[in-house]
Design a protein around this ligand. Structure first.
Ligand SMILES: Cc1cc2nc3c(=O)[nH]c(=O)nc-3n(C[C@H](O)[C@H](O)[C@H](O)COP(=O)(O)OP(=O)(O)OC[C@H]3O[C@@H](n4cnc5c(N)ncnc54)[C@H](O)[C@@H]3O)c2cc1C
Length: 264
């Protein structure tokens, strides 16, 4: 397996889903980036889905709600993969990925395949045990257990209509999409109250539509984005005494710490 090859040859490697929670440095990445394309879906029994980690999380959310199952309504608006959602414990509207996981299949850097039961895994707000698992090569598949609900589809429609996900249009032309930057929902309110909506550093800008999204308004460098993140954190701290913590993972170009902008 490729990650095993990297491990044996001391090459840095990283698996990504859609990269929707990653901020890569303009200098690149001195290693191998593996784009996950494990995209199968199996129906084990009513409400139980075993899904490849590269399967699109928003498609899964829509499919489950359409089939009358509750628990993944929130996923309809999340632009990542199943693996990324498990790794980040993605969530919205009072639901999170960990709530409906039954088990997770992983491969370790030395090529071992393991099935982990949800009951043995500790998840937190946008955190999972995988973020600290040094020998994790990849999450391969996730099995979800959902309950029947007549109202799941209607609820998902409501989330999509009122949710902030749809409020932040992708920029036309080049540039990266919007990045949800901070972990807390109220972060947007604090940033807005600090008068930072629309604030720019170079091409990086706090969205005028939803302040928890920072966009590339054209020609932004990763440095612009990092500077804007730090500036906003600093100004919110000065004004409200609250330390924001970014959800987006900065991928360092050289060092071994993938998430050097986070606690990891
Ligand atoms: C417009 C927008 C709206 C968003 N809305 C929300 C929201 O409502 N709620 C929310 O929680 N998040 C939200 N996000 C953040 C992001 O979409 C989620 O964190 C998502 O779960 C990331 O999935 P991904 O596949 O893109 O992961 P990536 O960004 O590709 O990767 C994120 C991390 O997961 C690791 N990873 C990914 N796949 C695997 C795998 N198979 N095995 C091991 N590690 C893996 C990567 O190495 C990386 O460290 C939003 C982002 C955007 C841009």
């Amino acid at each position: 397996m490729f990650t095993m090859y990297c491990h044996e040859n001391s090459l840095r490697s990283m698996i990504i889903g859609k990269g929707s929670n990653c901020l890569f440095d303009d200098l690149g990445f001195d290693g191998c980036v593996i784009l996950n394309q494990i995209g199968f879906l199996e129906r084990i029994e009513p409400g139980m889905f075993r899904v490849g980690s590269g399967f699109r999380f928003n498609h899964l959310g829509i499919l489950c709600s359409n089939e009358g199952f509750t628990g993944l309504e929130f996923a309809g608006g999340i632009p990542g993969t199943v693996g990324g959602a498990a790794y980040m414990n993605a969530g919205a509207n009072g639901q999170e990925t960990a709530d409906v996981i039954d088990s997770i299949e992983i491969v370790t850097t030395d090529g071992k395949f393991q099935i982990l039961n949800r009951t043995d895994l500790n998840f937190g707000y946008r955190t999972s045990p995988f973020q600290d698992m040094e020998d994790l090569a990849a999450i391969v598949a996730v099995t979800f257990q959902l309950k029947h609900s007549e109202s799941a589809r209607r609820r998902q429609q409501e989330y999509l209509e009122r949710g902030f996900q749809g409020q932040c249009p992708l920029p036309k032309g080049g540039g990266c999409g919007p990045r949800q930057i901070y972990k807390a929902y109220y972060a947007a309110e604090l940033i807005e109250r600090a008068g930072l909506k629309g604030h720019r550093v170079g091409g990086a800008m706090v969205s005028n539509i939803h302040a928890n999204f920072f966009i590339n308004s054209g020609g932004s460098t990763s440095e612009d984005m990092l500077e804007l993140i730090n500036l906003v954190k600093e100004m919110v701290y000065q004004k409200f005494g609250i330390q924001l913590k970014e959800e987006v993972l900065y991928v360092h170009p050289f060092c071994n710490s993938l998430n050097s902008n986070s606690d990891k």
